[in-house]
Design a protein around this ligand. Structure first.
Ligand code: SAM
Length: 274
């Protein structure tokens, strides 16, 4: 399987005296052709700085350096950070930050426009992607390796179980492509599930709602998914008149539920309420 093949990853871990930590979702990508495809897709137009989430031992990092002007790699695990610093010492195009991506103040680390990529730790895929979607104005492209079920969430349609804030935010701001499916055999150690690479390319942001406010609104509408939209709007709009006005202006029935509504309808309603 090449430089990142299973035996090579095992040898790297043994040399560093590190055991993969399942609690941190450490399944290392061993498939060189997948690494090549992801890094090429992720580097987009080659113009922007890139933030890599969860670089691990650096399989993707090594491929990304050279394709973009600067890579900022954010890794929580001190062992991985040590390994990365040793492997890429003297590499001018790489910054390594030891941090929990869910706690990091991303705009202070990536103050301009940037692209995002990573073989994401599966246990926190939704909160990571949600944080980044709230920064859509700064991120023209994101490429992620995720669990198959999480990938389906990106594409989910109304009236399905997986349709929710992540699907709505992703489809409202981005065109989404599925680039590759991978079986557990492409990783060491092997995960229990298949994976998929998805790429999000931002749509024209003119006239789009501000991402954080739109997310807050959608999250409130899906807080109790089985409740009617009327009930979920109460904490936001307060009076019965205000709720009925907004619903009738958007052409939405009082007894509808958010999960039944198209993204266009939800955006139309949000424009009246936030
Ligand atoms: N990119 C490497 C690869 O493809 O081989 C490793 C991917 S592994 C699926 C996920 C990586 O995310 C691990 O290195 C893990 O330590 C790191 N990670 C887990 N939780 C994290 C968090 N909250 N913030 C930053 N990195 C995290």
């Amino acid at each position: 399987m090449g430089a990142n093949g299973i035996n090579n990853i095992k040898a790297q871990l043994e040399g560093l005296n590190i055991r993969p930590n399942p609690a941190l979702g450490q399944n290392f990508l061993c498939d060189d052709s997948a690494i090549e495809l992801i890094s090429r897709a992720a580097s987009y137009d080659g113009q922007h700085e890139l933030m890599e989430i969860g670089p691990g031992l650096g399989a993707l990092t090594g491929a990304l350096i050279g394709l973009v002007p600067r890579v900022t790699a954010v890794e929580i695990d001190a062992n991985m950070v040590r390994a990365l610093k040793a492997r890429f010492s003297g590499e001018a195009g790489l910054d390594i930050i030891q941090s929990d991506i869910l706690k990091l103040d991303i705009p202070s680390v990536m103050p301009g426009t940037f692209i995002a990529a990573g073989n994401l730790p599966y246990y926190i895929t939704t909160p990571i992607v949600t944080r980044l979607l709230c920064l859509s104005s700064s991120i023209p492209c994101m490429t992620f390796m995720v669990q198959k079920e999480a990938a389906r969430r990106f594409f989910a349609a109304p009236k399905t179980k997986l349709y929710g804030p992540l699907s709505i935010m992703a489809q409202y701001y981005y065109d989404i492509q599925s680039l590759l499916s991978l079986s557990p055999a492409s990783y060491y150690p092997q995960p229990d599930v298949d994976s998929e690479v998805v790429r999000l390319i931002r749509r024209d942001m003119t006239a789009k709602l501000e991402p954080k406010r739109f997310f807050g609104f959608i999250e409130a509408l899906f807080a109790m998914r089985r409740k009617t939209i009327y009930n979920n709007l109460k904490p936001i709009l307060g009076s019965r008149d205000a709720i009925c006005d907004a619903l009738s202006s958007a052409g939405i029935a009082e007894n509808a539920r958010a999960e039944e509504l198209s993204i266009d309808k939800l955006a139309q309603l949000a424009a009246l309420c936030i």
